[in-house]
Design a protein around this ligand. Structure first.
Ligand code: ZN
Length: 411
C-alpha cells in the first residue's frame, strides 16, 4: 500500500478537529484503467477515508494522491462526452451570453476545459475564449477545433500572470474541478484574481446533500477531495473576497449545484433557502454524516446477496459502463470475475483495458448482444435511463438491468 501525504488539517479552513465518518478501505485509483501489460504488476492503492470539519462544515477525504499519479500518461481521454452533457453545456452558454450581454470584446475562461466541449459554443458566437487544462490529449483536441487552450494546472500563480497581462475574465467556468484540486484556497483565490470586477464565476460541483441523502458512496474517490455544501462554500468564497450570490440545482451527475460567484455581495433568495434547508437537515453537523456508513454497508450487502442468489440460480451477469464510480463500487463490494463476465463501454479508449483492482475486462457494447447475459449491472447509474434506452435490443430479448444506487433494484 502506498502512503500518500495525509492531511490532518481541513482543506478549506485549516481546522484540526476532522472527524472520519466513512472508510471505504484501500482503493485503487478509480480512473486508472489497466492496459493488458499492466496486469503483471500490482496497482497502487490508497486509503479512502471521508471526514467532516466541525469548524467550517466541509466534508473531505483525508488522503491526497499526487496529481502526477492521478493524471499521468494513462489517464483516459474522454473525447466522447455524452449527448446530455453537451446539451447541458450549450444551454449553459446560451444563458450566460444573454444574461451578461457578452460580445466580441468579452473574455470567457474555462478551468479544466478538457477538449473545448463547452467553450466551442462561445466560439460559435464569436466570443473570445481561453481554456486551461493540464492534460495534453484534450488540450491538443481543443486547439484543433480552434479553442485557444493553455496546458497548465490553474492556481494563484497562473491567475496573477494572466491578470498582469491584461487577461481578466467576464465569465469563468469551472465544472467539476473545484472538488478535485489539492490547493482549494489557491484555486479560489486564483478565481478572484482572474475575474473582472463585474465578472461572474459559474462553478458546478456535486452536492454533498445529494450524496448523503441518496447513498451515493461510489462518487467518493481519490480525485474528489471535497464534498461541498452551500454552508461550506459560502465560507470558502468569503475568505477570498468573493460572494456566493446564487445557487441553482442541476440534475446532472446525480445531483449537482451551479454556483454564481461575484466580487460584490448581492445574494438572491436561493442562497438563503439553501442555507436554511441545510441547517434544518443538519448538513452543518457531524451527526448527519455519521449514519451514512451504515447505509453504505446495507447497499453493499443487498447487492452481494442479489448477485450471489442470481449466480446460484445459474444466471449470467455482466457490467455496463467503465466509469470511475464503477471502480469504487466493484472494489468496495469485492465484485470480480466470479460474478461478472465483462464490463461493456462505448468509449473505444477504454475497450481492451481492465477495471482497476477487480481487473474485469472492458469490451465493446457489441459483446452484450453476442453473449446476451441475463443481467447487466449498470455502474454509472446516473445515466441509467440513457443506457437502458441504448440497450433496447438487449432488453427486448429478455435482458434485465440491475441498478445498485440509491438502492439495489432489478428493472
Ligand atoms: Zn474546515
Amino acid at each position: 500500500m502506498n502512503q500518500p501525504a495525509g492531511t490532518s488539517h481541513c482543506r478549506s479552513c485549516g481546522g484540526e478537529d476532522l472527524g472520519v465518518f466513512l472508510s471505504l478501505g484501500n482503493m485503487p485509483l478509480s480512473d486508472g484503467l489497466l492496459a493488458p501489460e499492466a496486469l503483471a504488476r500490482e496497482e497502487p492503492r490508497y486509503p479512502l477515508d471521508v471526514a467532516f470539519c466541525p469548524d467550517c462544515t466541509l466534508a473531505q477525504i483525508l488522503a491526497t494522491v499526487p496529481p502526477e499519479q492521478l493524471f499521468g500518461a494513462d489517464y483516459p481521454y474522454f473525447s466522447s462526452f455524452t449527448d446530455s452533457l453537451l446539451r447541458h453545456s450549450a444551454a449553459n452558454v446560451a444563458a450566460r451570453i444573454a444574461e451578461r450581454r457578452l460580445d466580441g470584446k468579452s473574455l470567457v475562461v474555462e478551468l479544466a476545459s478538457n477538449d473545448g466541449y463547452l467553450l466551442q459554443y462561445y466560439r460559435e458566437r464569436s466570443i473570445p475564449v481561453l481554456g486551461i487544462d493540464p492534460a495534453l490529449g484534450p488540450v491538443a483536441a481543443a486547439r484543433a477545433r480552434g479553442v485557444e487552450t493553455l496546458q497548465a494546472f490553474f492556481g494563484r500563480e497562473l491567475a496573477i500572470q494572466l491578470a498582469t497581462n491584461g487577461r481578466q475574465a467576464d465569465v469563468i467556468h469551472a465544472n467539476n474541478v473545484l472538488a478535485h484540486v489539492a490547493d482549494t484556497n489557491g484555486f479560489v483565490s486564483g478565481i478572484g484574481t482572474l475575474l473582472k470586477d463585474d465578472g461572474v464565476a459559474v462553478i458546478e460541483v456535486p452536492y454533498v446533500k445529494e450524496l448523503i441523502d441518496h447513498g451515493e458512496f461510489d462518487t467518493i474517490y481519490h480525485e474528489h477531495l471535497c464534498y461541498f455544501s452551500v454552508t461550506a462554500l459560502t465560507e470558502l468564497f468569503r475568505r477570498h473576497g468573493l460572494a456566493l450570490n446564487r445557487v441553482e440545482p442541476l440534475a446532472i451527475h446525480g445531483g449537482s449545484l451551479r454556483l454564481f460567484v461575484e466580487k460584490r455581495e448581492r445574494q438572491d433568495r436561493s442562497v438563503a433557502e439553501y442555507l436554511q434547508a441545510e441547517r434544518r437537515a443538519g448538513v452543518d453537523r457531524f451527526d448527519y454524516y455519521a449514519g451514512f456508513s451504515a447505509r453504505v454497508a446495507r447497499i453493499r450487502g443487498d447487492l452481494l446477496e442479489l448477485l450471489a442468489r442470481l449466480k446460484r440460480e445459474g444466471a449470467r451477469i455482466a457490467g455496463y459502463g467503465a466509469a470511475a464510480k464503477g471502480t469504487i463500487l466493484l472494489n468496495f463490494a469485492g465484485i470480480g470475475r466470479e460474478m461478472l463476465e465483462f464490463v461493456a463501454d462505448r468509449n473505444v479508449h477504454k475497450q481492451g483495458r481492465y477495471m482497476p483492482g477487480v481487473r474485469l475486462p472492458i469490451v465493446a457494447p457489441g459483446r452484450i448482444l453476442e453473449t446476451q447475459p441475463d443481467y447487466l449491472l449498470i455502474l454509472p447509474w446516473n445515466f441509467k435511463d440513457e443506457i437502458m434506452e441504448q440497450q433496447g435490443e438487449y432488453r427486448s430479448r429478455g435482458g434485465r438491468f440491475i441498478v445498485p444506487v440509491p438502492e439495489v433494484v432489478v428493472i
